[in-house]
Design a protein around this ligand. Structure first.
Ligand SMILES: [Zn+2]
Ligand SMILES: [Zn+2]
Length: 338
């Protein structure tokens, strides 16, 4: 089968011929119909995080149909349409037992330490698949596990976003545009920033106040929206020293900075404001199984709309990567299959 792999760190993402995986005990084999290309795929290529044995098939968000059941799997049938949760978790540790599967202490991730969904087939634990409502197309379903569920987890799970709150979304790329929708759905007022007018236009369509940081002052925009009080929540999808510093400076007393990205290895935090105004800096990692189920439900009922910027056939991974690196895209790139 065709698969997009990291053959060596620092190289290119390559399309290779790999054997079709066999579903082990407790696993299902999914024929992948669509998978989302994430900028993390490019970080993984750099070798900043270990992928274990190479070559590794990437792809941590995908959707397709079950074609084969491994030993002992019940409750699923060939032909069932599914999306696939990223984290393969133990189900037994204190985090799993309290529903915080994103913190499982013996986690492996699909498309990281295990082969992922940028392929024609992927074998995954049956516990990782979630059935799709008939209204949900494969390309939309493919980007739920990361681009959408991650924002749901950050804003709802970690940030406790609610009615009337003021939320700032720094960066409306593949994740942020869904953050806008989720915060609006929760009843919050949202400012979305970008340097790209096209991205801001879409953010505005989904109910955000757009703010072009190339031409406008973010500080003034926040001041205006909050009558000088500052934001309740800032979602940092950029993850640099500068974005963290700026995010913190825009919070109201007791406000929360939700850190979703980690471009820089270290951040700097000004100590006096943190102390004086009791700010919270909250790390947000992926999503729990429950978050993903909720996102599938909200998308199936049309309350959330996955935003896809472009489709590329799996074989055209090089062109897809180039497009992603161009940074001009609104929404996620989806890799499609014949
Ligand atoms: Zn990702
Ligand atoms: Zn666990």
């Amino acid at each position: 089968m065709l698969a997009v792999v990291v053959a060596r760190y620092g190289g290119m993402l390559e399309v290779m011929d790999r054997p079709v995986p066999r579903p082990g005990a407790g696993e299902v084999l999914v024929r992948v119909r669509a998978s989302g290309l994430c900028s993390t795929d490019l970080h993984l290529l750099s070798g900043r995080m270990s992928l274990g044995n190479l070559p590794r098939i990437l792809g941590h968000e995908s959707a397709g149909e079950i074609v084969e059941l491994g030993e002992g799997v019940t409750g699923w049938n060939a032909g069932d349409r599914v999306t696939v949760a990223v984290d393969v978790v133990c189900g037994k540790c204190r985090h799993c037992l309290t529903g915080k599967t994103q913190r499982c202490t013996s986690m492996q991730r699909i498309g990281f330490e295990r082969d992922g969904g940028h392929a024609e087939y992927v074998a995954v634990p049956a516990a990782n698949v979630i059935g799709l409502p008939p209204t949900l197309a494969y390309d939309a379903a493919a980007i739920l596990p990361d681009a959408v569920a991650c924002m749901y987890h950050s804003l709802v799970g970690r940030g406790k976003v609610g009615i009337g709150q003021k939320v700032l979304i720094l960066g409306v790329g593949g994740l942020g545009i869904h953050g806008v929708q989720i915060a609006r759905l929760a009843g919050a007022d949202v400012i979305a920033t970008s340097r790209q007018p096209e991205r801001l236009k879409i953010a505005e369509q989904y109910g955000a106040i757009p703010l072009n940081t190339a031409t406008e002052s973010l500080k003034d925009g926040v001041h205006e929206l909050t009558r000088g009080e500052g934001m309740d929540l800032v979602v940092d999808n950029i993850g640099t020293r500068a974005s963290v510093r700026e995010g913190l400076s825009l919070l109201r007393p007791g406000g929360k900075l939700l850190v979703v990205a980690y471009l820089d290895d270290t951040f700097e935090v000004p100590s006096i404001p943190l102390f004086k105004t009791e700010l919270e800096i909250i790390g947000c990692r992926g999503s729990s199984r429950q978050d993903l189920e909720e996102v599938v439900r909200l998308t199936g009922s049309g309350k959330l709309r996955p935003v896809i910027g472009a489709h590329y056939p799996l074989e055209q991974i090089a062109a897809a990567v180039e497009r992603l690196e161009g940074g001009d895209l609104v929404g996620r790139i989806v890799l499609t299959r014949e």
